[in-house]
Design a protein. Structure first.
Length: 529
């Protein structure tokens, strides 16, 4: 009996050893020649060593199609559980057949049931097309049509706002292999190997007579900088996996938890005398808001999201007293920090993600308001800007705004500062200028006639601007009449003020959904914006 069991174990090891080779050594070598890792190598590089458990790996074994072109299972990242699937381009080109689609569906569904993050590693041109009778043309109905390629969007949508969902595009992907990740929270791409498009270059050339390369049509740079479809771009797969791991370190496993608390060793009472020198008191000079954020967060550790897209607004994660905080900040170096249709989408989606996952928000304000002009109006700045207002008014997580310098008109609304928008605390630096319009615009509006009649028009206008700025744009004057300005603080104490306010709000009541009537309670989903 022992010899018989030993033979069976030996056979099992032999079969498993063959399965992990996917489409075989020759096809794996071709992957490597393209600068790509194999599906199994990707999982090994992403999760903690030895932690991955593969499920349903024998599917397709009898027709020499391991896993029907996908590896699925679970493992740990920094000791925390995650569910993962990795499309295998060495088996049917990674195309999505019924078993393959089922495993995409089931991996996300399992992550939702267990309350852990779901990660997809995608390398597929989309749904599989084959002749009738082909051995890989499995009977979808027999294997659960309700959990197939055609319905994989359902569990992703159900999981939205309940668990973090991350997608890495690691090949030339189309169809289901771009729409599925487009529904998730964050998309990662790698220079040179990642491409996303609905229709590839050959179809574009055939239908539109346009000669375009994969890189021009849907490369990593296109989607992180121009379209805004992807959030992160890296130079290698290993760098991509490291970024995924780092992002997860800031996030809770699900919406019922708070983000992990990390002992950063950074003194919560630390004052910073240098931070005031970053921000010029004159409103006409630019500066890099990253420098301000880096001095506020623990140990200067800031994880920026969508850094290349709509760079006039900065969003990302940092820690204060070891606890994750989402930052939304004007960027005076780009368009003077004005708000746009692209930045509105970026901002609204980040607000809603933070609200889904119990992440407090810190808002750093220095904006002249919304960018005016024909382009902005024609591209729907009203519609896109309304998404931000909706997101602010919907959000219930703790949030604090700090007015560093300019805060005018619609910019105060777009940054969630105005009274009645749900921001818990609003602090202002002494350098803050607050008003419906900037001093120059206000003087031109209210004193146009006096300026036209003045003997020295420029001198008269300059004097009125100074008077306006000294009184109406003075945060101390504003705070004497506006209850929504809770304090005017010295720049060095900004970090300490944020931490103390966040301590107060740790027990803020965040619940506003009927727990007993929904299978997976959540405040809301995170619809792609």
């Amino acid at each position: 009996m022992e010899d018989e069991m030993a033979q069976k174990i030996s056979k099992l090891k032999e079969v498993k050893g063959k399965l992990v080779q996917g489409g075989g050594a020759e096809k794996i070598a071709r992957q490597h020649q393209q600068g790509k890792l194999s599906a199994w190598e990707r999982i090994d590089r992403l999760v903690d060593p030895g932690s991955f458990v593969a499920l349903n790996m024998f599917l397709g074994h009898e027709i020499n199609a391991p896993g029907d072109g996908i590896i699925s299972g679970y493992g740990t990242i920094d000791g925390r559980q995650v569910c993962v699937y990795s499309q295998d381009a060495t088996v049917f080109g990674g195309s999505v057949g019924p078993y393959h689609g089922y495993l995409m569906y089931r991996t996300t569904e399992r992550a939702l049931e267990m309350g852990v993050p779901a990660i997809g590693l995608l390398d597929s041109a989309g749904a599989r097309a084959m002749k009738m009778g082909h051995p890989a043309a499995f009977d979808a109905a027999r294997h659960g049509e309700e959990k197939s390629v055609h319905s994989v969007y359902m569990p992703i949508t159900q999981a939205s706002g309940v668990i973090p969902q991350l997608s890495a595009i690691l090949g030339s992907c189309a169809g289901v292999s771009v729409y599925a990740p487009a529904l998730t929270d964050f998309i990662f791409m790698v220079d040179g190997i990642s491409h996303m498009f609905i229709t590839g270059p050959r179809v574009v050339e055939s239908v539109m007579s346009q000669d375009v390369s994969k890189e021009e049509l849907g490369g990593a740079r296109v989607h992180t900088r121009i379209s805004g479809v992807a959030d992160f771009r890296d130079k290698s797969e290993d760098a991509c996996f490291e970024r995924i791991r780092r992002l997860l370190s800031f996030l809770p496993s699900n919406n019922r938890e708070l983000p992990p608390v990390v002992d950063t060793g950074d003194d919560p009472e630390r004052l910073d005398d240098a931070i005031a020198n970053i921000v010029p008191t004159t409103p006409y000079r630019s500066y890099d808001m990253h420098q301000v954020i880096n001095r506020l967060v623990d140990n200067g550790d800031f994880f920026e999201v969508r850094p290349e897209f709509a760079a006039n607004v900065v969003v990302g994660f940092g820690r204060l007293e070891g606890r994750t905080v989402g930052f939304i900040a004007s960027q005076p170096m780009v368009m003077a920090g004005a708000l746009t249709y692209d930045s509105s989408n970026k901002q609204a989606r980040f607000i809603r993600f933070c609200d889904c996952f119990n992440i407090p928000i810190v808002i750093l304000v220095d904006t002249p308001a919304y960018m005016p002009g024909l382009d902005q109006e024609h591209r729907g700045i009203i519609r896109h800007g309304a998404k931000v207002l909706y997101a602010w008014c919907e959000a219930v997580v703790p949030r604090i705004a700090v007015l560093l310098r300019k805060g005018y008109g619609g910019g105060m609304i777009g940054m969630g500062v105005m009274a009645g928008m749900g921001t818990d605390f609003v602090f202002a630096w002494p350098s803050a200028e607050i008003g419906v319009l900037g001093p120059e615009q206000s003087v031109d509006l209210f004193y146009a006639e006096e300026i036209s009649k003045a003997e020295n028009k420029e001198a008269f206008r300059a004097q009125k601007i100074k008077e306006y700025r000294d009184f109406y744009a003075n945060p101390i004057s504003v705070a004497s009449e506006a209850t929504y300005i809770h304090d005017v603080i010295e720049p060095p104490e900004t970090r300490r003020s944020l931490i103390r306010a966040l301590r107060l709000m740790r027990n803020k009541n965040l619940t506003h959904y009927p727990k007993d009537t929904i299978k997976y309670p959540k405040r809301h989903g995170n619809i792609p914006l």
